[in-house]
Design a protein around this ligand. Sequence first.
Ligand SMILES: Cc1ncc(COP(=O)(O)O)c(C=O)c1O
Length: 360
Amino acid sequence: MSSLVRKNILNITPYIPGRPIEEVKRQLGLKDIVKLASNENPLGPSPRAVNAIKRAILKINRYPDGSCFYFKNALAKKFRLRAENFICGNGSDELIDIIIKTFVEEDEEILTADVTFLEYEIISKINNRQIITVPLKYFKYDLEAIKRRINKKTKLIFISNPNNPTGTYVTSYEVEEFFRDMPEDLIVVLDEAYDLFVDADDFPNSLSYLNSKNIIIMKTFSKSYGLAGLRVGFAISRPHFIQSMDRARPPFNVNTLAQAAAIAALEDKKFFRKTKDTILREKRYLYGSLDKLGIPYIHSVANFILMDVGRDGMAVFRDMLKFGVIVRDMKQYGLKNFIRVTIGTHRENERFIKVLKKIL
Ligand SMILES: Cc1ncc(COP(=O)(O)O)c(C=O)c1O
C-alpha cells in the first residue's frame, strides 16, 4: 500500500534534538544528569519571568492575545522601534516556517550555509522549497561565496549570526560588503538567536539596515532569557513584511504564559547580566581545560563550543551519556569527529571535563 504521505516529507531527515534529561534518567537509571546539548540557559529561567507566569496562570482559561499587543509594545520600547516592526512566534523555529511560507514561491530558492542550523533545511523541505547550501570557510559563513551563488530564483538567504553549531560570526564589515549592490528582489534573514552572548566589537548592528535593506532579524527567548520550554521568539522587519507574515501566522501562536514571561524577562537585567558573566567566565574555563587536554576547538561568541574530539563524535556522545553527561554529536551536521557542548555552570563544566578526560 502506498504510504499516502507527500514525497517531500518522506525525504526529510527529521531534526534530532538534544536528549531530554528525564529520558536519559529513565533509560540509564542515572540520577544526576548534566545536559549540555541544546544551548539552553544553565541558570534556570529569569526569576521575573517565573513571577509573571504565576500571575498569568489564572488567565489560561482564555485564549491568548493573538496580536501580542503588550508583548510587541514592550519589544518596541526595548528596541526603540514601533510595535508594527515585530511579529512573535512559538519559538523562532515557527518564524522560520512563517517566513518561508510568506515569501518563497514554488519555483524560487533559499540560500544558506553548510554547516548551519538544520531547521532552515528541514523547514524548507517540509514546505517543498528548494534550499541551496554554500560551504563554510574556516568554519565561518562565507558571505562572498553566498553572494556569488545568488541567481534569479534566489528569494531568501538565511544567515545564522552567530552560527550554530560553530559559534563563529560574520563581522559588520562583511555584512556591509554583503549588502552592497544586493539585488532588491530577495530578503536576507539574520538569525540572531545567540546575539546577547557576543563579546566582539565588530559584531554587526543589524537594526541599522532595517529601513534600507530587505531584512528580517530573528531573536529568541530560548537562550539568554532562559525560556526555551515556553517557546517564544520574535522577528523584526519593516511593517510591510510584518503584515504579510501575519497572514501566514496561526492566530494564537504565542501562549498566554509565554507572552507574560517574555515581557518580564526583557526587563530582568540582573538575570541577564548574571547569565552573560557566567557564560563568558565559564567559556574561559572550558578553553583552558581543552587546551590542557590538547583538544582543538573553534572560538565561539555564543554559549556553546564546537570541538574536534579526534574520533567518532557519536561514540564520544554515547560514552559520555553513560556517565550522565549529555552533549551533542554532530553526525546530522556532517561533522563526524566533533561534538558541540553548551557552556554550563562551573559544576557542570567541571563534570564534563572530568568525564571527557576519562573516556578519551
Ligand atoms: C540559530 C538558531 N536559530 C533558531 C533556533 C530556534 O530557537 P527557538 O527555541 O526560538 O525556536 C535555534 C535553537 O537552537 C538556533 O540555534
